[in-house]
Design a protein around this ligand. Structure first.
Ligand SMILES: [Zn+2]
Length: 211
C-alpha cells in the first residue's frame, strides 16, 4: 500500500477533456455500489463536472478517495485476496476493452463502458428497473462519456465475453461479478447468463453506437 498519496488539483487543469472526465467513472462506480446520495450528487452536478467546474470536481475526488480508502482499510481484505472485489464493478469488461482497443481507450473511459454494460445486464436479469438503468446511463452521457462498446461484430462480442472467464482466472477460484440491485447497493453474482450479457452488449450498442 502507498505511504501517502499527493492529490494536487492544480494538475487537473492540465488535462485534456477526455482525461478530465475519465476519473469520474471511478467515482460513479463507488457511488453505485455504496452510496446513493453520492450518486445523486454526481447526477445533479453532471453538467458542471463536464464543464470543468472545480468545486464539484474537488468534492467528487475527495469523496471518491475517502470511500475507496474506507473500503480498503475497513473492508477486512486490504489486498483484495477474496473473490469478491466490489471495487472491480464494471472492470471485467473494462479491462478487456482496454486490451481489445490496444489501450486506445483510457482506463476511465473503459470503466464507464463497463459499468454501462453491467447495469444494462443487471436490468435484463431483473435486478434494477429500466428507469434506474436509463438514469445511470443518462448521467454518464451528461458527463460526456461515450457508452458505445468497441465490438462491431459477433467475433468481437465473443472476444469481449471471454473477458468474464479471464476475470475469474485473474481472481482465482469462484467467479464473482459485482452488479447492483439498486442505486448504492452492490449485488454479487457467481454466474453470468452469456446470452443475456450478449443481449446487453447489443442493446447498448443499438442505443449508443454511431449516434
Ligand atoms: Zn479502475
Amino acid at each position: 500500500p502507498p505511504f501517502a498519496i499527493i492529490n494536487d488539483s492544480d494538475f487537473l487543469e492540465t488535462l485534456e477533456q477526455r482525461d478530465w472526465i475519465s476519473g469520474i467513472s471511478e467515482a460513479i462506480k463507488v457511488a453505485l455500489i455504496k452510496d446513493k446520495t453520492f450518486f445523486k450528487y454526481i447526477a445533479d452536478n453532471a453538467v458542471a463536472l463536464k464543464n470543468r467546474e472545480m468545486e464539484p470536481m474537488q468534492y467528487v475526488i475527495y469523496k471518491c478517495a475517502e470511500m475507496h480508502m474506507h473500503h480498503i482499510a475497513q473492508g477486512g481484505d486490504p489486498f483484495e485476496s477474496g473473490s469478491s472485489r466490489p471495487l472491480d464493478f464494471g472492470h471485467w469488461a473494462a479491462h478487456k476493452m482496454e486490451f481489445m482497443t490496444n489501450y486506445e481507450l483510457r482506463h476511465g473511459e473503459a470503466v464507464a463502458k463497463g459499468i454501462a454494460l453491467d447495469v444494462t445486464y443487471a436490468q435484463l436479469v431483473g435486478l434494477i428497473s429500466e428507469e434506474d438503468l436509463q438514469h445511470i446511463l443518462d448521467v454518464m452521457i451528461a458527463i460526456g462519456f461515450d457508452l458505445s462498446l468497441p465490438v462491431q461484430n459477433d467475433d468481437k462480442i465473443e472476444q469481449l465475453l471471454n473477458g468474464i472467464e479471464e476475470f475469474r482466472e485473474h481472481l482465482g477460484g469462484q467467479l464473482t461479478i459485482t452488479l447492483i440491485s439498486d442505486l448504492g447497493i452492490k449485488h454479487d453474482v457467481h454466474t453470468i447468463d452469456m446470452e443475456l450479457m450478449s443481449k446487453a452488449i447489443t442493446k447498448l450498442n443499438h442505443q449508443f453506437a454511431l449516434n
